[in-house]
Every structure is written in C-alpha cells, then in structure tokens.
Ligand binder design. Structure first.
Ligand code: BES
Ligand code: ZN
Length: 462
C-alpha cells in the first residue's frame, strides 16, 4: 500500500460507523419517482444529496430543474491534465408494493446477514451513496480528486427518464467529459465482480380493448358480442410463439446477430443454471429456441405482458361480458432496434390481430435505446484494474437484460462512452420486496471507485 492509500484506508475505517448512519438516513427518504404523492420526497432526496456533495467540497452543486424530479449536478475541475469523468447514478426508487411481502418496512433500513434491507439499497441509492463516500474520503484525506469530476444524479430513471434528454441537451456545455461512469448494475452470480458491456433497450406500451358501453349480462349477450377479455387474450397469444419467437413482423430486422466471439464470451461465464432457476423459484427456465440462458437474457430481444386486467376480479362469480380489458406490454430491445420503430410494428400487429366487434387502441408509454460499451476502452480497462486490485480477481464482462436509457443518450447527445461499473449483488431483489445490498459491496465499491479515479489519472484519456 502506498502512503496515500493507507491514509485513505485509515480514514475510511475511522468513519465506518458514520458512513453506515449516512446510508441509512438516505435510504429513509421514500423517493419513489413514479408516484405523484412522493414528488416532495424526491425533492428531499435531491436536496440531501446536494448537501452531501457540498459538504465534501464539490463545487457548483445545484438541484437543477428538469420539469419533473430534479437532477443534482456538481463538479470539481481542478485536476489539470487529468481526464474528466462524468458520474451518473439515480436517487429515485421503484414503488414498494406488495407491501405485505416485505419482512421489514421498506424505508426503515435494517441490517441482517451482512446486508442492508430497504427499497433503493441496491437500485440505486446504495450505489449513489458509495460514490458520495468515495468523493468525501478523497477530499478529506488529499484535499483534492485525482480526476476532474462532473456529477449527474437523476431522479426519474425508474420512470423512464422522460425529462433527462432535454436536460442533457440544455446542459451540454457544462457536461463536457472524456468518459461517463454509471453505477446502476450488478455483479455476476455468486457476487463475482463484473463490468456490464451491454444493456437492453425498452419499448413499453398499453393495449386497451373496448367492447359494449357497460358490462353486460353474459347470458343475455354471450355469443353475439365480442368479449374484450377474450379478444385481448387472442391478441396477446399472437405476439409471441411458444418457441419464444416474437411474431411481430419486422421485429428482428435490426437485431445485430451475435458473433461467434460474443457467444463464446457468454458461454465462458460460470452460470449455474439450476441455482439460478431455484433462486427465481420457477419450475423451468424457458425462452427463444437456439439461444442459451445468458444470450436470451442479455443479447436477444423479447416481449412480455407486465400486467393484464379487466372484467370481474372479486371473490365468487359474476356473469358478465366486460366492457373493456387492458394489458401493459413491453419489449426488451438489443442493438440496433429502435424503440419508436418497434412501437409502430407492435401497434400495427396488435391492430391487425384485433377481431371485429371490439375497438383496440395502443399507446406508447415510454422507451429507451439499447447500448453497447467497447470492452477495450481505456476507462473500462482502468475500472477492471481497480476491481481486480480491490477484489483480488479480474471482473467478468456481462451483457445485462435491464435498461438504463441514459447510456445511449450519453453517446448520442454528449458523445461519451460509458463504463457500467455497478456494485449490487445479483440476488439484491431490485424492484421486488426485501431489496438489499451486501454491505461489503458498498465498502469495496468505495475502494474500487477511488482506485479507478487514480488509475484514470494515469491513463492518456484527458
Ligand atoms: N438498475 C436498473 C437497470 C438494470 C437492471 C441494469 C438489471 C442491469 C440489470 C434500472 O434502475 C432499471 O430498472 N431500469 C429500468 C428502466 C426503464 C424504467 C426505462 C428497467 O430496466 O426496467
Ligand atoms: Zn437502477
């Protein structure tokens, strides 16, 4: 260890208790971006983050308006000759329902078996928080950062980042950087350190099927009016075949096929399929014929119903033909599928499948583009060295199935490549009840970020 790194390590150890209290305080703020009744909590989370950055010595800290939940911006630009890194995380979280499945209150963090349990612990407040602590530790011990830093902490990621692109365009000048680092992804099965090299995109729509003006007697009208729930079921079965192939014409047109090298890299990952299946709790893993589990999850597009409703839902029975039925349908997309084009294709196919006797409408709710990161980017290599030094083993490279739409926007709007350096554990229950973060990952994450900045300072990026 150099003198510098042992000074930071000592400081980190001395501040361990305070750091945990600060993480708990942040997790107590219920910053659920999708629910209007939590708008003030999102603002409170933004203000909390801004105050934290200011007290570490970050400059130009601002809670910046977007038209929705604000972005927290800050910078520190005094590392002459060193690269400029743009850090992105999100302070918003998913809703907590079903609440009765939680073993403790989602916004009252508890610690159990080395994990902190709370909504946002992994996705993504815990990861944002480890960047705050890395910055604080560097400023407290060295009085400076090894790289120039621009910080963008967003509050609408879980809700489609609808206002972020316009904000990036409006703030393009003060976002000039050499590379972006996003911490909003997970390690590999077994908590193996990982760098994510691709994310899927998303198209999310709603299908509304309407029949009679009101629910009608299923005896009096059954057999003469089309039933919206039956019609919706027929439409949905027409969208994806039993072999996992999406049946929407043109859906695969823009998909970049996996190369032999891509397939070999995924096949080399040590996935225990049986353990994975048991962890999810399903009787079998399924998916598109001709592809492995990791290919299906990370490198192939898919289509799913997220929710479906309509008609009688109460106990017992009620004999009706419902007036309407609805479904939320999403597609995970891969390079180079475009969410707008996919929406148009899905809409046209849904309308073509619609039987006579009902009205069918399809609304585009939101979307995001897929992204790919070059594995040999100097910043990816710096992150890999930092992970290896901290964890004692080289990271694996993952193609993830989730989406972080801003990754593609950093490329298209700011011209930036992104390193997806995330620290949550793969069994973190993100978006689900009992979300948790392995506290050791928070700690090693802080050390990794510090090392990565030091590594980046000695690359030729700036
Ligand atoms: N952290 C996730 C993205 C993620 C999930 C990365 C799984 C790697 C593996 C992120 O917060 C998220 O959930 N994003 C949404 C985006 C959507 C609302 C546009 C998603 O993927 O559903
Ligand atoms: Zn996230």
């Amino acid at each position: 260890m150099t003198d510098q790194s042992s000074a930071i390590e000592t400081w980190l150890q001395e501040n361990a208790e305070r750091r945990l209290e600060s993480l708990k305080a942040f997790l107590r703020i219920p910053s659920i971006s999708a629910l209007p009744e939590h708008a003030a909590d999102c603002r409170a989370a933004a203000a909390w983050v801004a105050a934290d950055l200011r007290s570490s010595g970050i400059e130009h800290v601002e809670v910046s308006e977007t038209g929705g939940h604000p972005v927290v911006y800050g910078d520190w630009l005094h590392a002459d000759g060193a690269p400029t890194v743009l850090i992105y995380c999100h302070y918003d979280v998913q809703p907590v329902d079903p609440l009765d499945m939680w073993e403790s209150a989602p916004f009252d963090p508890i610690i159990r078996d080395g994990r902190i349990l709370a909504r946002g612990a992994a996705d993504d407040k815990g990861q944002l928080h480890l960047h705050l602590r890395a910055i604080e530790a560097l400023m407290a011990t060295r009085g400076r950062l090894p790289v120039n830093l621009r910080i963008v902490f967003e509050g609408e990621e879980e809700f489609g980042s609808q206002n972020l692109d316009a904000w990036l365009v409006a703030n393009r000048d003060r976002l000039r950087a050499d590379v972006a680092v996003i911490s909003d992804t997970a390690f590999f099965q077994g908590n193996v350190p990982a760098i994510t090299i691709s994310l899927r995109g998303l198209m999310y729509c709603q299908v509304d099927v309407t029949g009679p003006t009101v629910d009608v007697h299923s005896g009096g009208f059954g057999g003469v009016v089309e039933n919206p729930a039956n019609a919706l079921a027929r439409i949905i079965t027409g969208l994806k075949g039993p072999d996992g192939k999406v049946l929407v014409p043109g859906f695969y047109d823009d998909v970049v096929p996996l190369t032999e090298a891509d397939r070999a890299a995924l096949a080399a990952l040590p996935l225990d399929e049986e353990a994975y299946r048991l962890e999810i709790g399903v009787p079998a893993l399924v998916g598109e014929a001709g592809y492995t589990v990791l290919e299906r999850r990370g490198a192939r597009p898919t289509l799913d119903v997220n929710g479906i409703w309509g008609g009688f839902q109460g106990e017992g029975s009620k004999t009706i033909i419902p007036a309407h039925a609805h479904a939320k349908v999403s597609c995970r997309l891969v390079a180079k599928q475009d969410p707008h084009r996919i929406f148009a294709l899905v809409r046209d196919h849904v309308l073509a499948l619609a039987p006579v006797g009902v009205r069918v409408e399809v609304q585009n709710l939101h979307g995001g583009r897929p992204s790919l990161t070059p594995i040999d980017h100097p910043a990816t290599r710096a992150a890999a060295r930092a992970l290896e030094a901290t964890f004692g083993r080289a990271p694996v490279y993952l193609r993830e199935g989730g989406s972080i739409p801003v990754t593609a926007s950093f490329e298209s709007i700011l011209g930036l490549s992104t390193v997806l350096l995330g620290f949550s554990n793969p069994d973190d229950n993100a978006h689900a009840p009992n979300e948790s973060l392995v506290l050791a990952n928070h700690e090693t994450g802080i050390r990794t970020v510090i090392r990565m900045f030091d590594e980046l300072a000695s690359t030729g990026l700036g």
